[in-house]
Design a protein around this ligand. Structure first.
Ligand SMILES: Cc1cc2nc3c(=O)[nH]c(=O)nc-3n(C[C@H](O)[C@H](O)[C@H](O)COP(=O)(O)OP(=O)(O)OC[C@H]3O[C@@H](n4cnc5c(N)ncnc54)[C@H](O)[C@@H]3O)c2cc1C
Length: 448
């Protein structure tokens, strides 16, 4: 039986980051991955969606080239080639992860790991002994128990990412981040998209005002939104699905060629012996961890989607760093107050820190400082006829509490606000930083 100082289950962002850091720090590490290194993020999540969305953005840019006094012929998307490029990007990045882990001296085992106890893992015929165990098994799509769902050939994000032919029409159940990113992609591709959301606004958790603005923008492009609406029945066959829904106006039926379910994700906690560890769970069934990612079991850690704290790849990466530091006896802890959230629609929407809604709920006083993105010269130069908003929430003592952006490239510049919040900067201190000109990020300096 081989012995390792650290065994890691799952080779997604949490697992591969932890393996690389621990390996480089001199620990003997074994990492088990049953599918493909890179996990959901690289193989069927962050990267493939952004690859498809970039093709959609390029298509939109070509269609709107005349706004920038550039003549192009009729722009057209080639779906099979878009999907093939996505696969190429994924392959390249997965190979990159493999290379990094090999360089860090990590033993990679391809197969399903079964937890026997906190110091013993079974994979195939082999048993492995470990001093520390890091669980990074991730999450999976939650399929809502809508009557009829099992009789309908519904899509999950995986089917949408590999679709061979564009449907004429698509109903997306769930207007969260994943739902909206696919709405954006298929809308650009010319598909008639309807988004059904149970809540009163899309993108729950993001700034409500900006989410509503984004929704209005997509409605102008032809996406139909049904808010405060619950799907109560699904029926149909290949290429024709009937979606029965109810809302304040009563019951109604919508027909579409495809239906995509994107109502959320749940931690992977079954089928690999986790019950043998008898770990404390959260109310929602995730593995409970403290801010060093330690579970209730000594020497057992859980990072990434499995602990249910944030379900984002960048959180998983930071958690992995903290967990390995805890194993190495280094002082480090997670802070969850400045984790950026981004929706890669076009325009993008991003936020970090508190929202107005969360501050109101907690009874924290704040001031809203808000400007149109047009205050940034660079934004105006690159966004003909497009509006956007920068909103910064400032506390009574001038501390930056939250920041929210609608407009490109929100995903790139939100980190500036994330740093201000992490460092506990006051608005006056943040303003003293020198921002390069012209950049869209200067909008923060103008706003605060
Ligand atoms: C469509 C989509 C788009 C997304 N876009 C973004 C985005 O833009 N930005 C962002 O931050 N996040 C995004 N996410 C979320 C992101 O993918 C996850 O937060 C991230 O992958 C979590 O990383 P993880 O390491 O915890 O788990 P995962 O990436 O889920 O990896 C877990 C790995 O563990 C393996 N595994 C599980 N059990 C075992 C076992 N018993 N033995 C061996 N291996 C096992 C699995 O095969 C898997 O590879 C998206 C998700 C989806 C679905």
């Amino acid at each position: 039986m081989s012995n390792y100082q650290l065994a890691i289950i799952g080779g997604g962002p949490a697992g591969y980051t932890a393996a690389e850091i621990a390996g480089k720090a001199g620990l003997s590490v074994v990492l088990f991955e049953k599918k493909s290194l890179g996990g959901v993020c690289l193989n069927e999540g962050c990267i493939p969606t952004k690859t498809l969305l970039y093709s959609a953005k390029t298509l939109d840019a070509a269609r709107h080239a005349a706004k920038y006094a550039v003549k192009v012929g009729e722009a057209e998307a080639d779906l099979p080639k878009i999907i093939a490029r996505k696969q190429k990007v994924v392959r390249k990045l997965v190979l990159g992860i493999k290379g990094k882990l090999t360089n860090a001296g990590v033993t990679i085992v391809n197969g399903e790991a079964i937890v026997l106890d906190k110091n013993h893992i079974q994979c195939g015929e082999e048993q492995y002994e470990c001093d520390n165990l890091l669980l990074c098994a991730g999450s999976e799509t939650f399929i809502p128990p809508i009557p009829g769902v099992n009789e309908v050939p519904y899509w999950t994000h995986r089917d949408a990412l590999d679709c061979k032919e564009l449907p004429q029409s698509l109903v997306i159940v769930g207007g969260g981040v994943i739902g909206m990113e696919f709405a954006s992609f298929f809308c650009s591709m010319g598909v008639k998209v309807t988004v059904i959301e149970m809540l009163d606004e899309i993108l729950g958790g993001m700034d409500k005002e900006l989410s509503a603005m984004l929704r209005t923008e997509y409605a102008k492009r032809g996406v139909q939104f049904l808010l405060n609406t619950k799907v109560i029945f699904l029926e149909g066959k290949e290429n024709s699905v009937k979606v029965t829904y109810e809302n304040a106006e009563g019951e109604n039926v919508l027909e579409a060629e495809k239906v995509l379910l994107s109502v959320g994700r749940k931690p992977v906690t079954n089928g690999y012996g986790l019950e043998n560890l008898n770990l404390k769970r959260t109310e929602r069934g995730s593995i409970w961890v403290n801010n060093q990612l330690q579970t209730s079991g000594e020497g057992v850690y859980a990072c990434g989607d499995l602990n249910g704290r944030s379900l984002l790849a960048h959180t998983a990466v930071r958690e992995a760093e903290v967990a390995v530091h805890a194993i190495l006896g280094k002082n480090d802890a997670m802070a969850y107050n400045a984790i950026p959230g981004v929706v890669y629609t076009n325009p993008e929407i991003a936020g970090v820190g508190a929202t107005e809604e969360s501050l109101k709920q907690q009874g924290i006083a704040y001031t809203v400082k808000q400007l149109p993105m047009a205050y940034s010269g660079r934004f105006v130069a690159e966004n003909e006829g497009v509006n956007g908003v920068c909103k910064v929430l400032v506390g009574e003592d001038d501390t930056i509490l939250g920041a929210h952006l609608l407009g490109n490239p929100a995903s790139e510049i939100i980190t500036l606000a994330g740093m201000a919040i992490t460092l506990g900067l006051k608005a006056e201190e943040w303003k003293k930083m020198v921002f390069p000109h012209p950049t869209v990020g200067e909008i923060f300096k103008e706003t605060v």
